[in-house]
Design a protein around this ligand. Structure first.
Ligand code: GLA
Length: 380
């Protein structure tokens, strides 16, 4: 699908709304997570990469905060000291507040936002937005901060200010990703290792927007915290749920009632799958990687219960027609599936999957390819 570049869109939106040229353009990518789902608030490893779709922020200094997004085209006045408004500008409000906390916020700005990262598709559009906003506003304030700090500010904006119980994966990859590399992030320590990912995946959007996932994500996080607390009370030593070795799974299963048992089983097995996936990638073993994606999806479906019928259908179809593997990516309860397949077979697989999906759900899903792109950047 050809799309107008978000850079051109953000610039023209800015010019229309504020009758001047923006002083800065900054952008940040969405992401897919190859594997390591729901690990980042359980102290486990994640393996995301930045997609080539990006969110662009065009901005200039101002005396108050005015913002416009290509989604609705309406210019809004944002009061960072007032209550949250319940729309996209809450993310801007969150970024301004997180920046102000660090003494990095400009006095005000005019801001225009355009994006090719679909919203509600599990591709971390909110992290692309908060990281791009942070990058642009820090630049306007005339400050320089390392990308780790950008990620931290964006995380605090989303977690502390907007109130989403997310981990740090999305903001970290949006701020620090490098082209051609997947990012192994050990979320317990913050350690990052680049793992070459020269190929691409196909992203298939289920078309089920996951607005509800915020509540559901908060609930899962709470369940994981409870599971860890119960295990500790029963003598299991662990700082994080993902610390528990797979060899102790039987013990964990005996100590926890459902649903905590299955949530913990997902976390423990997913941590081990993610580390194995890194080895598979390093060995260029796409068959093994594909099998791990499959197992990961089953774990999300059955143990974490964060999938949906459309995603299960797409994963089954892709594998039945010959993909190495496929899985739901991101928070879940809708969103997108990633498919890993031999390049020669891709078109056939996707055509068949699309037709079957259409027969079942009465519409063709959006599908597109992406390789590993770069993290946040100032465009000029
Ligand atoms: C959302 C959150 C992330 C992570 C994923 C699940 O994208 O923002 O921090 O928890 O869900 O892996």
């Amino acid at each position: 699908m050809t799309q107008t570049s978000p850079k051109a869109l953000a610039t023209s939106l800015f010019q229309k709304a504020f009758a001047s040229h923006p002083a800065v353009l900054a952008s940040a990518p969405g992401r897919v997570n190859l594997i390591g789902e729901h690990m980042d608030y359980n102290g486990g490893p994640v393996l995301p990469f930045a997609i080539q779709r990006r969110t662009v922020v065009a901005a200039s200094l101002g005396t108050a905060w005015h913002a416009v997004s290509a989604i609705d085209g309406t210019t809004q006045l944002v009061d960072p000291t007032g209550p949250a408004a319940g729309g996209w500008t809450d993310y801007l409000r969150g970024v301004i507040r997180a920046l102000a906390h660090d003494g990095l916020a400009p006095r005000g700005a005019q801001v225009a936002v355009a994006s090719t990262v679909p919203v509600g598709a599990g591709l971390a559009s909110s992290a692309a937005l908060t990281v791009a906003l942070t990058r642009a506003l820090v630049h306007l304030a005339g400050r320089r901060v390392p990308p780790e700090r950008l990620a931290d500010i964006a995380y605090r904006a989303e977690h502390d200010e907007v109130g989403v119980a997310c981990g740090r994966m999305d903001q970290t990859v949006a701020a620090l990703a490098s082209p051609g590399l997947a990012m192994l992030l050990e979320t317990a320590t913050g350690e990052i290792t680049g793992v070459p990912f020269p190929g691409h995946v196909i992203v298939v959007e289920t078309g089920v927007a996951h607005e509800l996932s915020r509540g559901a994500l908060n609930q899962r996080r709470h369940e994981c915290e409870e599971a860890l607390r119960m295990l500790r009370e029963r003598g299991v030593e662990a700082t994080h749920l993902a610390d528990i070795a797979q060899a102790r799974l039987g013990e964990v299963e005996r100590l926890l009632p459902p649903p905590w048992m299955s949530r913990a089983r997902h976390v423990v097995t997913e941590a081990s799958r993610t580390r194995e996936a890194v080895h598979a990638l390093q060995a260029h073993d796409l068959v093994r990687l594909g099998r791990l994606l499959q197992e990961g999806h089953r774990s999300l479906r059955d143990d974490y219960q964060s999938s949906c019928r459309e995603a299960d259908w797409l994963v089954d179809g892709a594998v039945r027609h010959g993909a190495y593997g496929a899985r739901l990516t991101g928070a879940g309860w809708g969103g997108a599936v990633i498919v890993l397949a031999n390049e020669a077979a891709e078109s056939r697989i996707m055509a068949l999957v699309g037709e079957e999906f259409n027969r079942e759900f009465g519409r063709f899903p959006e599908m597109w390819k992406t390789s590993a792109g770069r993290g946040a950047t100032v465009e000029h």
